[in-house]
Each structure stands twice: as C-alpha cells, then as structure tokens.
Design a protein around this ligand. Sequence first.
Ligand code: SF4
Length: 554
Amino acid sequence: MKELVLLGDEALALGALHAGVSGSYGYPGTPSTEILEYLVDEFETRGGPVARWCANEKTAYESALGVSFAGKRSIVTMKHVGLNVAADPFMNSSLCQIKGGLICVVADDPSMHSSQGEQDTRYYADFAMVPLFEPVNQQEAYEMVAEAFELSERLAVPVIMRMVTRLAHSRAVVHVADTARAQNALEKGSPADWMLLPALARKNYAKMLDKQTTLREWAKDYPRNTLALNPARKDLAIVTSGLGKNYLAENMAEYADLCGKEGLPSILHVAALPFPADLIRSLAEKVETILVIEEGMPFLERQLAGILPGRVKVIGKLTGSLPRTGELNPELVRAALGLPARATALDGFKMPALSARPPQLCKGCPHHDSYSALNLAVERLNAKEGKVSTVVAADIGCYALGAVAPLKAIETIVCMGASIGMARGAADAGYKYAFGVIGDSTFLHSGLTGIVDAVASKTPMTVIILDNSIVAMTGCQPTMLPSNQLEKAVIGLGVDPAHLRVIEAKPNMIEQNAAVFMEEAEHRGLSVIIMVRECLEAHRLRKKKESAAGEASK
Ligand code: SF4
C-alpha cells in the first residue's frame, strides 16, 4: 500500500489500471478528460494497457464493447452530454451479455461550469436498467472501479460510474495497492449474446429484466449503501447520494447539537443504483418526512415519492428545501437542516464592484482572425441584400467564444455538430446566406454526417471548418486526422472540389478571407472553407515537446 495525492479523475484511472483494465477509450470533455489523459500517458510512455482518444463518444463506446466481447476489461470515458452521443451503443449494450467487465465513466457537471446543460446520468442508468456507482471521494473513486468490474462480469451487464466536477477536479491522498490485478485472458464472447437480431434481442431483453431482481438483492447488501437507524426519531430521516454525503458530514457536529437528546435522524447513504429499495422501506416505515440530499437532478426524490406510502413526505430539490439547479454545497445543506448561516470573514465586508471577466479567446487566437473576416463578410452580405439575410450557426469548442463581445460572430451553440445541420435548416427556411462554423475535431466528431446531408440535398450553404490542429478547449488532445487529411475527407464526402477552399486564418488576410466567404456564400450549392492555423496553446506545447526531444537526443 502506498499513498498518492490524486485528482478524483486520476484516482479512478489508477483504479482501472489496478483492476486489470485492457482497453480504455474516450472523447475529451470537461470534467472527464483527465481520466483518459492519465491512461493514455500510461499507455504511451510506460507501455501500459491500450488507451486511445476516439473521434467521438459513440466510437469510443463501441471500441470498449469490442474489448469486452474479447473477454477483457474495458472502460470508456466521457462527460454527461457525451453519453447522448454514445446513447445508441450504450442502450443496446445493456441487452448484450457483457463478457469482460465494461465500465462507462460519465462525469456530470452540476452548475454547468463548462457545459451546455446539467443532465444527470442516473436517469440513463435507470433507462437502460444498468447499475451505477457513485463515489463520494477520491479513495472511493479508486476502489469502486474494481467493484464495478466485478459486478459487470458477474451479472454480464455494462456498469456506469458517475463522477461530478467537484470530485473529478479536486485532489486528496489516496491509499493505493502496490500491484495490479492481471488482465483477463483473450476469450471470445458467445455470438448469441452479442447479436441483437430481433429473435435474440427479445431473449436478451428478458434476461435483462430477470437480472433486475438480482441487482436489487445486490444493492441491499452492497456495503457502501449504509443505513444508520435511530428509532427514536419519527419526524425525519435523511437520504444522501454522491457528494450530498460530504456536505451533510461537514455540518454533522452542529446538526447533532441542534438535534439534542433525541439524536440525529436515521441516515441512509445510497452509493449505487438500483437504489436499495428494502433499506429505503425500512427507513421509511416509521418516519413522517424524508429529506433527500443528492447532487444533480431530483432523481432519488422522484423515485422515493413514487414507492413510499403517501403518509411519508419526501422533501428536497422538488419541494424547495434545496435549490433545484446548480451544485450543492455545505451552506445549502446547512439551510435545509435548519442550521443558521455560518459567519464568514466576508460578513460586513463591502465587496468593491468588479468588472465581469467572461471567458475570452486567447490573445492572438486564430479563431479571432477567422471571425473578424466572417463578421466583415456578413456585414457586407447583409448590406447588399438590404435586409438581414445571413445566419451563422456554430457549436462547442474554443470557437464558441466567438459569441462574446467584441466579436459577437455566432448565433447558435446547441451541441457538437449541430452547426452544420442548423445552417442547412436555416437555408431551407429561406436565409440566403447560411454559415455553419465548426472546429476540426468537432467536424470529425459529428460534422461528417451533416455534410453528407447537405451534399445530398445540394443545400446552398457555407460550412467553415476552423482547423487549429488540436482539440483545444479540453487541453490540447490530438484530433483524429491531421490537418492535411481534412481536405481529402471533405472531398470524399461528395463536396464539389471547386467549392472547397483552404485558406489561412491570419490577421493580415482578413480582407482577402472575407472576399472568399462572400464568393462562396453566393454559390447556390454547398461550399466548404477550411481555415488553417495552429492553436497558440498547441503551438507552445509542441515546441516544448520538440525542444525536450532535442535535448534528449543530444
Ligand atoms: S486555446 Fe487555442 S484555440 Fe483556444 S482560445 Fe486559446 S489559442 Fe484559441
């Protein structure tokens, strides 16, 4: 046993290595990115098990399924909205008889620190009827991986591990093993378990339903689901899940004082789904009210309200005891427990008015020059038509920062790849000049199919691929295809080479590039413009690596 100071994400990654993982796949997305970064580093620098970045979460999930079919353990990592992209293989995999353990690690982002929604992955686990593990600290993140693999193999089900931003991105001391479990031997899965032809899928669905009883039994006895009963308290009981347990613990001493001689209410911590219904029923037998403290959406609160007798009142996020949106914290839980607000050093301190500092593109970012040219073209096109005739759809990545002042260059940000589809829809709706702006990595993630649609329908629109040679926003992970192959990929999708332009995103080319945008916007068919210039951060990292390699070879 040794002690390491690890991020929650790193603890989980190390847990996977020590549990004998053979293949790890993912697409970068905050706050999940560091899990696969750790595993890729282990693979590339120390010859650890296979770990690869993928074009998107769907291909990552499918790769992990392939490892499982081969009898070996695999994990696939993504952020919460990434599971929407992987939803097709994920939902169907719940009907396959998983062979090597498969863990889908999903990092949720309550409060939307760097996301477009607060989506709670527990709903997906419930939808697919698969188990979900939810660590409350770095040590659990490390240890639960082995438990999740064991359950996945024992019941032949995919398992979700849900992380949240605050755990993924905070560090703590973790006690870790000195050695790793051996990887599983190569062994083929049975085709009948993996071919979801209707006749076989029906049988597999029945098997999945049968497993629910075993899963509920397992949940009752899972030692991390803990129940501390206090029969003397009939008024209230508390249910926690995820980081809710920590926020309660932080207030526990004062809450015990407040409770006085009757003592603390009964407390059930739900560490994994399916929720332990028997434990919840025994908790609810004699209490009037249950307070649910959970990170994310009111998932348990809704479920409990559905299964408990009407005389038990369930309170939490739905009833206003805790806020419905955003992250929990000790102060919010404190208020829900009826404790007075804590005095802080800021009490009585008058905060001077500070100017807002919204996120911005780096000074000198190539996207700045691309958008400056696009803004100029849009202004001229609108002036030419004598009315608003342009639309600029974009989506997720550093280039989304083109939405803020002074650029204010884009009008939509919905999800990865939506820019191309939305520009097509806008063109269909009647806009004369429809632009879809997308990054190089996002294009490979989910822009390719949008291009196929536009080619098929000969839509008059202009797709602009901002090629900065990297997945910049999540910390410079590699794109799947290098810049010099994007052009071939676009032509391969059926785009007319006469309307594929490759130009440089440079400050001294703004006028010239605006002219290219205007020219292609007038084309009454599909045009694709690839704007090339390396991200400054990627450039810095590349130079650092090259000079380190140069030093090493001296
Ligand atoms: S990280 Fe790169 S792409 Fe992102 S804003 Fe900075 S320079 Fe631009």
